[in-house]
Design a protein around this ligand. Structure first.
Ligand code: ADP
Ligand code: MG
Length: 239
């Protein structure tokens, strides 16, 4: 069963249609990367999938169920943004535990989840630290770890590495690849404008252009057989 399925999905803001009839099926456990120029609708796609925006027409299904029947908080979706909004006065541990405490989860289960996420993201030595004393890459890992503790079915990343310098970007990209390996059933949808991130992380890449899908395929397929110059330019293939 598809984890996320869009059929003829459109999204308009007022009279301005920004997604023009999107058809896309994403399988459970797949790592799908969205690429495309600024303003082409990538973030809107993620916000629609997360339930932060209503679709204007078409059908969106999460785990086979029509999304408009599932409240956003119950979709099993966690989102990580480029700016990691951590609580400065809380420890790393409490930042990761906070959302679970709000849900009324019992302490033992919270502790198990926080330690597992910290272990996955190499954050165990920093659990007592305040965010201020961490590097940008470590802070972004805390934001990712916080999402991991929610045990999502679908992980959405919106350019999570774009605020990091080059070295940290590579290191954090490797952490995300490891995370995806450690959570094989979890669907990952990842927006980037970085071609290397797309080529190394993706099972499939979706190339967007002005609210439409230009091409979908594995990194190799897009590299070897780009449908047109637009795709070739984005993937960096010699066509
Ligand atoms: P991307 O993430 O690919 O850069 P976005 O999804 O952010 O693109 O934006 C796609 C288009 O939708 C842009 O033209 C943008 O101005 C418009 N848009 C996005 N969010 C809103 C909003 N809340 N209200 C009005 N227009 C929006
Ligand atoms: Mg965006």
């Amino acid at each position: 069963m598809a984890s996320v399925s869009l059929s003829r999905v459109t999204k308009s803001f007022g009279a301005h249609e920004v997604l023009h009839g999107i058809d896309l099926e994403i399988a459970a456990g797949e790592f799908v990367v969205f690429v495309g120029p600024s303003g082409c609708g990538k973030s809107t796609m993620l916000r629609v999938i997360a339930g932060l925006e209503e679709i204007t027409s078409g059908e969106l299904r999460i785990g086979g169920e029509l999304a408009n029947r599932i409240p956003p908080g119950e979709r099993g979706i966690a989102m990580v943004f480029q700016s990691y909004a951590l609580y400065p006065h809380m420890s790393v541990y409490d930042n990761m535990a906070f959302g679970l405490k709000l849900k009324g989860m019992d302490k033992g289960e919270i502790d198990r989840r926080v330690r597992r996420a910290a272990d996955m993201l190499q954050l165990s030595p920093y659990l007592d630290r305040r965010p201020r004393s961490l590097s940008g890459g470590q802070r972004q890992r805390v934001a990712i770890g916080r999402a991991v503790t929610r045990d999502p079915l679908v992980f959405l990343f919106d350019e999570p590495l774009s605020n990091l310098d080059a070295a940290l970007r590579v290191a954090t990209r490797i952490e995300i690849a490891n995370l995806s390996t450690a959570m094989p059933g979890t669907t990952m949808i990842y927006v980037t404008h970085d071609q290397v991130e797309a080529m190394t992380l993706a099972d499939r890449i979706v190339v967007f252009n002005d609210g439409r899908i230009e091409q979908v395929g594995t990194p190799l397929e897009l590299y070897e057989r780009p449908r047109n110059m637009f795709v070739a330019r984005f993937i960096g293939s010699p066509a």
